[in-house]
Design a protein. Structure first.
Length: 401
């Protein structure tokens, strides 16, 4: 997908170092005793955009994504190696810009879609190496992602340290990514860049406490800095009193701050575990966001595990965002991207896994997500018509050797 146009997805992660770090910011597993392989397939489908929110009054199809992931985790003495290879195929249409339904008559914002269906592929490779050194568990990661018009190279180093005789673990890390985009669609237009790049730096620090034999608490803070081309070359913004359409234009720098807390509680009497996560986010584009997630991990008999979860999200808008503009801003910034708008969202997920003889495991699950202004903490006076609803179905096959 294009630049910031790619949908949000969980980052690939290796097996945990221990029960402590399973509840924290896990590095690749040093305690790995067996070679593990996993094959995962997922189908992502966005619901059609209703005609009532589309400029042409007709329902519009949106993105469909098929994802195939292969994971290999192997012990190397007291070290461990993890490889994740992901291949995706994407097709569909994406939001292009927002305009009033009838300029000068009806100011209700409606979405204009990209029109012709987009088809592309993405390949992503993530490698992790974990090793103990000087009493500290270290992890080194390298990654490379490529698609039709986008390249990203990343790397990072993380650590975990448990002082002798205490019930807490300290973790931290730093990462860097270099991304380059070379737009294809519309590249002949005078306001579309030929190529651009972005540098991203991230860092985190966390502490995990074993409160008792059944409870673990973790808190963490993180920081991100993005510098370079942060706009979307394929999007436009509508201006009523000037040139009708202008290029999507965002600041060339973005600082992000996050504070999070995670609680893990094991309920031995019923063979279950409660996971509760909270995350607060703020950036210098004036977006503030809250995320709350609850998950229940239930063992059924000896070989089944059922995990239902519920996630709620709410954010404010970026300072320069508007569904559309009456006139050009003095700073030249403009974006009607729904991900910069004020909204809330809920997601419901269920996952089922079964252990099979011969160290095999199968599983599957589904997740439904809906973004809507009514889910936000604060009242959303004008909802972006491009807010998304999607369904993800996934299948998994794993084997230990």
């Amino acid at each position: 997908m294009k630049n910031d146009e790619r949908r949000t997805r969980p980052a690939a992660a290796g097996p945990s170092l221990s029960a402590l770090t399973a509840a924290a910011l896990a590095l690749p597993g040093l305690a790995q005793a067996q070679v593990e392989t996993d094959l995962l397939y997922s189908r992502y489908e966005e619901a059609d955009l209703p005609g009532s929110r589309e400029a042409n009054g007709q329902d519009s199809e949106r993105y469909e994504i098929d994802t195939y992931l292969f994971r290999l985790a192997a012990p190397l003495g007291d070290q461990a190696f993890v490889a994740n290879v992901t291949y995706e195929t994407l097709s569909g249409a994406s939001p292009w810009y927002v305009q009033p339904r009838q300029p000068g008559v009806d100011d209700t914002p409606v979405q204009v879609m990209s029109g012709a269906s987009i088809r592309e592929q993405r390949t992503d490779v993530q490698l992790s190496w974990a090793l103990p050194l000087a009493g500290i568990d270290w992890g080194v990661t390298l990654g490379y992602s490529t698609e039709d018009d986008y390249r990203a190279t990343s790397g990072g180093i993380e650590f975990e340290y448990t002082p002798q005789g205490v019930a807490h673990t300290i973790s931290g890390g730093i990462g860097y990514s270099y991304d380059k985009i070379e737009p294809e669609r519309g590249a002949s237009s005078p306001d579309v860049i030929a190529e651009a790049d972005k540098d991203s730096l991230s860092a985190f620090a966390g502490v995990s406490w074993v409160l008792n034999a059944k409870t673990v608490l973790q808190t963490a803070i993180s920081y991100g800095l993005h510098d370079g081309f942060l706009s979307d070359p394929y999007k436009r913004a509508y201006v009523a009193d000037g040139p009708t359409l202008v290029a999507d234009s965002r600041p060339g720098e973005r600082e992000q701050f996050t504070v999070s807390a995670r609680l893990r509680r094991y309920l031995s009497g019923i063979g279950a575990a409660l996971h509760a996560d909270y995350r607060f986010y703020r950036d210098d584009w004036d977006i503030e966001a809250h995320t709350l997630e609850l998950a229940w991990h239930q063992m059924l008999a000896e070989s089944w595990r059922l995990t239902p979860s519920l996630r709620w999200y709410s954010q404010s808008q970026a300072s320069f965002y508007a569904p559309y503009y009456q006139s050009l801003r003095s700073d030249g910034l403009a974006s009607s991207d729904y991900r910069l708008s004020p909204y809330g969202a809920v997601a419901v997920r269920i996952d089922l896994r079964k252990a099979l003889p011969g160290d095999w495991e199968i599983g599957g699950g589904a997740e439904w997500y809906e973004a809507d202004g009514s889910y936000a903490i604060d009242t959303v006076e004008v909802e972006n018509p491009g807010l998304v609803e999607f369904l993800i179905l996934n299948l998994r096959l794993g084997k230990r050797f």
